[in-house]
Design a protein around this ligand. Sequence first.
Ligand SMILES: Nc1ncnc2c1ncn2[C@@H]1O[C@H](COP(=O)(O)OP(=O)(O)O)[C@@H](O)[C@H]1O
Ligand SMILES: [Mg+2]
Length: 291
Amino acid sequence: MKTYSPVKSGKVREIYEVEDGLIMVATDRVSAFDHILKNKITKKGAVLTQMSKFWFDLTKDIVPNHMLTVDNSEMPAFFQQEEFRGKSMKCKKLTMIPMECIVRGYITGSGWESYQKDGTVCGIKLPAGLKESEKLPEPIFTPSTKAEIGDHDENVSLEEGAKVLEKTFPGHGLEYAKKVGELTLAIYKKCADYALKRGIIIADTKFEFGLDEAGNIVLADEVLTPDSSRFWPLKGYEAGKGQPSYDKQFVRDWLKANPNSDYNLPQEVIDKTIAKYIEAYEKLTGEKFSF
Ligand SMILES: Nc1ncnc2c1ncn2[C@@H]1O[C@H](COP(=O)(O)OP(=O)(O)O)[C@@H](O)[C@H]1O
Ligand SMILES: [Mg+2]
């Protein structure tokens, strides 16, 4: 059997190059407070990969995407080993557009901090009197540019982002920046409305796009997973305070209460956490999770 090693190994995901594309593998690793926990959250990777698949299918009428298959039997034998089952997505390799396409539907996190200082989020003026976690009148597109490893990403205006894109795609910077902004808002609106009806608030999220060989803009990376988004339970939601995270609340609460744990969690916390991931998947898709 031909073996493969990842061309890239991130905090949570691993990327392999195969003959006719890329295979993105979501591992069972979990990070909290910018640390990777010692424990594996068994099945988390499969939940996230299947969730991305679900959203790619739901949004393909808005924009084409990079997904080729999540069926391991359509991948090289190496990826048919048990450890890759359900966690792998074979994708078209694209020329990535170097912009993190962030969209916010609710005010929280760094956006809330900035709003309290000067009434803006990433340079966008918002109405006065918003409360923490409140729904925005309209979702806003707040792109950032990818920093080199270790640095934090930098928020940019659409025009600044366009200048960065211009370096990779001469003559197309502004065109692509506008286009991915429109797509980002359209995808977010459709999916956030959909999720809300199923009891999950998608407060904000991040998309990445690339270009295929014909020059079409294609949705890439992972989409609308709890790792790339803030998911909140609708039940108990109330503006005016911070919201619990749908998936990581048990982990965060436990870590805060046990500061000397060295990121080693008891099994009970792991079990509760995986149950939340599966619950989110089943609520959103209406299907039983079966990996
Ligand atoms: N279809 C694709 N073709 C090429 N690169 C892709 C594709 N989809 C996602 N990527 C890239 O794969 C990488 C995923 O790495 P990730 O583990 O998220 O780490 P990071 O975001 O810190 O670079 C990102 O650089 C992303 O832009
Ligand atoms: Mg990434």
